[in-house]
Design a protein around this ligand. Structure first.
Ligand code: TXA
Ligand code: MG
Length: 319
């Protein structure tokens, strides 16, 4: 694999957007900020560049990527957009909601983006600079989270530099992400909605906005590969629902449970989501064997936080 002198470029620097566009156009990978986590982007229509994402991340080839578009019009060139999906786009885009829709026969994105599936996961990020890059490129960018497969997702440019420095030519620094965890993924099929991955756009908000229930992932045939159990893992083991630290553990608190670090002293679930990966990284740096995490209420955004924690706590391969 090529070795790069990775440039970390502020989104405010003159020419930053055009540099990112030029690199993508030439088939390179660029790490980009989004409001959820940083993504490792390639021009989705460049097959070799998309395959390169899998090799840089060490990602299994059956785990499909999300296609990021600059708006609804661009989405319509790549996927079928039934009225229900269009309503969701109008209400929640740009923002942290990904829709899994039927890929158009004419879609020019590499088949590697969707790992050979007939569907495509598509989202329009709220991060303004990233939308400008996509619009400048004129193609969607395929972008998984910019971490090594199975590890914690990056919420600032520094996190990306630590793991992908030397492996890609450019990291665009857009500051710390506002949501902190990956987008909600909704599958749309036969006028029904299915929650494939929880995020900060909650099923309750979706139901409130469009008056339809959101069904569980287990109730659909929609294939959701990549939702493997062990994921988002720090080096240390993770113990959930901890009310205190056992001998040798580092405790991450929430609300009244204090700990060495806290996700949110006030028990605010959105703040906790924003801090989740950062605090897991901080706790990992203490070289503890086990990170204990206080109970997180399992409602609203808490469902997404518990989903990530369950995967961080799951048994891992080779361990
Ligand atoms: O917030 C996010 O979604 C971030 C930022 C960078 O946009 N991206 C992200 O990508 O979380 P990644 O690769 O870490 O997760 C993508 C997940 C896959 O693991 C898979 O579960 C789902 O999206 N996915 C992608 N394409 C799919 C498809 N065609 N059908 C079902 N699930 C799909
Ligand atoms: Mg990921």
């Amino acid at each position: 694999m090529a070795i790069y002198n990775t440039q970390v470029v502020s989104e405010h620097e003159d020419g930053a957007i055009s540099r990112a566009v030029e690199l993508l156009r030439a088939g390179n990978l660029v790490a980009i900020p989004t409001e959820t986590v940083y993504g490792l982007a390639a021009d989705a229509t460049e097959h070799c560049a998309v395959q390169h994402i899998y090799s840089v991340k060490g990602r299994p080839s059956n785990n499909p990527l999300i296609c990021h578009v600059s708006g609804i019009e661009m989405a319509k060139s790549y996927v079928e957009v039934p009225p229900l999906a269009e309503k969701l786009m109008q209400r929640f885009w740009p923002g942290p909601l990904t829709l899994v829709l039927t890929r158009l026969q004419t879609a020019t994105v590499s088949p590697a983006v969707s790992a050979g599936l007939s569907t495509l996961a598509i989202r329009c990020p709220a991060q303004h600079t990233t939308r400008q890059i996509i619009a400048g490129l004129g193609h969607p960018v395929a972008a998984p989270s910019a971490n090594l497969s199975g590890k914690l997702s990056p919420t600032c440019a520094k996190d990306v530099e630590i793991t992908l420095g030397g492996k890609i030519p450019m990291i665009l620094d857009g500051g710390t992400t506002s949501e902190g965890i990956e987008s909600t993924i909704i599958g749309v099929r036969d006028e029904r909605l299915y929650l494939l991955r929880p995020g900060t756009v909650t099923p309750d908000e979706i139901t409130e906005a469009i008056g339809l229930p959101v069904y569980d992932r287990d109730d659909t045939e929609i294939s959701a590969p990549g939702q493997m159990l062990s994921h988002y893992a720090p080096d240390a083991h993770v113990r959930m629902n901890a009310t205190e630290a056992h001998e040798g553990e580092t405790l991450i608190g929430f609300g009244a449970i204090e700990g060495s670090f806290t996700l949110s002293p006030d028990g605010d679930l959105r703040e906790a989501a924003r801090n989740l990966f950062k605090r897991l990284r901080d706790a990992d740096k203490t070289d503890t064997k086990t990170i204990a995490v206080a109970p997180i209420p399992n409602h609203g955004v808490g469902i997404a936080i518990n989903d990530r924690l369950k995967r961080a706590a799951a048994p891992r391969k080779n361990q």
